[in-house]
Design a protein around this ligand. Sequence first.
Ligand code: FUL
Length: 484
Amino acid sequence: MSEPNTPRPYGPVPSPRQLRWHRREFYGFLHFTTNTFTDKEWGYGDESPSVFAPTDFDVDQIVRAAVDAGMTGLILTCKHHDGFCLWPAKYTEHSVKNSPWRGGKGDVVREISDACQAHGIGFGVYLSPWDRNHADYGRPAYIDYFRNQLHELTSEYGELFEVWFDGANGGDGFYGGANEVRRIDRKTYYDWENTRAIVRRNQPDAVMFSDAGPDVRWVGNEKGIAGDPCWSTINVDLLFPGIDVDSFKTQFTTDMIAAWNSPMELLNAGDRHGDTWLPAECDVSIRPGWFYHAAEDDKVRTPANLVDLYFHSVGRGASFLLNLPPDRRGQIHKHDVQSLRGFRQRLAQIFAVNLARQATCTASNTRGNRPQFTPVNVIDGDPESYWASDDDVHTPELILEFVQPITFNVVSLREYLPLGQRVDRFAIDFDENGSWREWVAASAIGSRRLLRGPDATTSRVRLRIVDSPVCPAISEWSLFHDVS
Ligand code: FUL
């Protein structure tokens, strides 16, 4: 009899670049431009480059704030809707090269990307497709301009982990002095197939974000909250009626911006039976606005609120993209830094000790009884190892047994993602006076599932796979006790 081998993948699976992205989990946005100095959220496009004048730009302070908070990367608004470029862009005068900052010799993109590299975190670029400054916006000539910019950013600033395309598109603006409303056909204007090819060519490892991918999707709100559950799969046919799925994945023939109008609930929850791996990213600002406004200095999110957002994003298999707006000095305001520190400390406290590592781990079924799939793999700290059952066993159980009773109130689970999102429903039970009591029941595990609940003191904890179309493949099961 041949030995059972690796389970067959179930449904869509992540690409290598998506898998690498899943590991980032928590990273930051930097919204910084002329808006910082004009106190706006959306610049009209007629701002003079001279208004961009940070008084004490300190790239190290900015990147350190992110690193100290545990962020794994930073995405900079290299160009927001107002069209002002934070790098000395070759194809426009509307950039830092005409600002008084550093005598017109400055390059915010270069400084941030270098500092990210020096601190060992990833760097990504936000390039707004909508440009309220450019005279040609809405005409074919602008597409060449936009592509030239995309080429500059993706070829001259080192390795990028993510390229971010915003969905806001077309409306009133300066447009080189025309001061009018310009509408574009979102389906055709950007010719995304060829535009995105620039990124693939220059940065093959970078993921592209837009409302609908192709690599990472919007979560459907700007509150930092993914659906419960939030499936990493989605049916692109529902986002784009009539789309050919293969061409979506390989040829990019879709108009991703069309998804701006797609159902927010669908983006938020994903689709269990979706045909495409398109995980969600939760973008949210640490303040009410995306850009710095002194009037919001006392409206910074609290550490407790940031912890909640972490559980509602990373803890539901999505990523947490938290915006930090540099102020007019060109630094992260001390209130934001304090809050980030508090958040980091809280996470460090919660995840200080993985109690599961002290346990003996046994399973009701282990695939072929082979050491390769041993239940111990869920507590070994190795993301590449996993526990799996035989193909015909879809609802097995895992038990953690402790010599002394432990108290837990936080659970972390991960599926082995290269084999897809397999488990539909599961429950965690604990032994209370010799009988099992359910602690939580939930849907979807995916990249990561974090659950919080009441304190449970026990010598045995059970993971029950309740519903799964195939055998599970679980790479992590951790228990923590949040004592705060
Ligand atoms: C939105 C933009 O319009 C906001 O200004 C901000 O950049 C946010 C992240 O995306 O669509």
